[in-house]
Write a protein that binds this ligand. Structure first.
Ligand code: TRP
Length: 449
């Protein structure tokens, strides 16, 4: 053994872990609600195009950089080149990615905590712990901080166990559970009145929206967030891949599964909204737009569950278990970013690194909860609207310009000896040098106007 670095034990293990990272609140909540308010299937079409045209090449840049460097994001970016200015730029970019991962996790853990609280509410009702149910339904500081703390501890415990025993083992348990719950809920919702109207709203495209720049932008942002790009999550997961693994194929599988999950989640959420409407629940706001965002998850759906009596309690238990599981496997991937830095650069032991990073992030989360109005959406916007695309561009540039073509080829050839004759190799190196950064920047500049 030359290194003590962890490694995914199989392709499936990697795919489940990477899809576990990718599939989260972004898929089950973000995507369906964006689709609902942006022309249904028109958004779906643009989203699919963005996922494959912009996000997949950027994902490949991260996976390839990670496996090439076999290191955390800071070390990886700072040692791609021997030239001092490039080393320094790499270091700065790596530290920025680390900081953004920490901030994303600090708001993501808060939202995951809300999901856990919403899961505890029906569980407490079933057990007839009325006081607990009304506490976990309330929006108190104590509830939010405690739930976020529970999520932090779970995340720390999983990450402390390492790549194979922690990330891979838990993704392998949780992801199949997630699929079963999701499909079960869809089947149930389709037995209810109104579901087909939701399906229509989702799948009949409002094609007039296709040329809307705002729609294209939100679709790109959504694809970036959903594939966990720009902060070194996919880079570090790539660094735990074996040399024999075929990177373009694994990346394509992750992209397909992630978009597939988003699509399927839409089959649950949109019909559920229309079922709620059929039950007399207000689903449009005063401007006539579909209620999206937090109100959808925390008001419309709970109101629906409430009207369904006993079945509703079980449904809400299943729904918020789904949300909590999806979010947990994403949260662990974000924690791996600082933990891998602390282990590889500062020589901390993994459990200590996990506790330290998780502890720092928890403190940030609690500060955000305490100053919610001022901080929460500011942190979300700063990290997901500004930092993620900019860092995404940098990562493409590092893979395309700092690594030489022959280095890329050598890395990709390890798991795919015939790579040179593939369409992927003919397009991708050029693509991440010029096209991908330009597309991302163009969309980014648009978003500032
Ligand atoms: N992709 C996850 C989701 O869709 C969230 C997530 C995990 C993420 N890791 C990330 C987002 C890194 C941005 C960057 O919910």
């Amino acid at each position: 053994m030359t290194t003590a670095r962890g490694q995914f034990s199989s392709k499936t293990g990697f795919i489940l872990a990477a899809v576990g990272s990718a599939v989260g609140l972004g898929n089950i909540w973000g995507f369906p609600t964006q689709a609902a308010s942006n022309g249904g299937a028109a958004f779906l079409l643009v989203y699919l195009a963005m996922a494959f045209v912009v996000a997949y090449p950027a994902l490949m840049a991260e996976l390839t950089l990670g496996r090439y460097a076999r290191a955390n994001v800071v070390t990886a970016l700072s040692r791609l080149s021997a030239q001092a200015p490039l080393k320094r730029t790499g270091l700065v970019a790596g530290v920025a990615a680390l900081g953004v991962a920490v901030l994303i996790l600090s708001f993501y853990a808060i939202v995951t905590g809300w999901m856990l609280a919403e899961f505890i509410t029906p569980a407490a009702q079933l057990l007839q712990f009325e006081a607990l149910a009304s506490w976990s339904r309330g929006q108190s500081f104590g509830r939010n901080a405690l739930m976020c703390g529970v999520i932090s501890v779970l995340t720390i415990l999983i990450i402390a166990r390492g790549v194979e025993q922690g990330i891979e083992a838990w993704s392998t348990r949780l992801m199949p559970t997630l699929i079963v719950i999701l499909l079960g809920l869809i089947v149930y919702v389709f037995t209810q009145d109104g579901a087909l109207d939701g399906l229509r709203a989702y799948l009949v495209p409002d094609l007039s929206r296709l040329s809307d720049p705002a729609l294209i932008l939100s679709a790109m942002g959504q694809a970036f967030f959903s594939l966990s790009l720009g902060v070194g999550v996919m880079l570090i997961y790539g660094s735990y891949l074996r040399d024999t693994d075929n990177l373009p194929r694994l990346g394509a599988a992750v992209t397909l599964l992630d978009t597939g999950f988003a699509f399927i989640a839409g089959l649950l959420i949109l019909p559920a909204i229309y079922v709620a409407q059929a039950q007399g629940i207000e689903v449009f706001n005063s401007e006539g737009a579909l209620i999206a965002g937090p109100d959808l998850i925390f008001q419309v759906l709970p109101a629906l569950f409430e009207r369904m009596g006993q079945a509703g309690i079980w449904l809400s238990l299943a729904f918020f278990a789904l949300m909590s599981i999806a979010a947990l496997t994403s949260a662990i991937s974000l924690l791996e970013v600082p933990v891998s830095v602390a282990v590889e650069r500062w020589g901390l032991r993994r459990p200590a690194a996990a506790a330290l990073s998780g502890g720092v992030i928890f403190v940030i989360s609690v500060s955000i909860i305490a100053q919610f109005e001022q901080l929460f959406s500011a942190v979300v916007t700063l990290t997901t609207v500004y930092a993620q695309p900019l860092l995404g561009v940098l990562l493409c540039l590092f893979a395309g310009w700092v690594l030489h073509r022959h280095q890329l080829l050598k890395e990709l050839r390890k798991g795919h000896p015939e790579i040179e004759s593939t369409l992927f190799w003919r397009i991708w190196p050029f693509y991440i040098r010029y096209i991908c950064p330009t597309l991302i920047m163009a969309a980014f500049v648009q978003s500032l106007r």
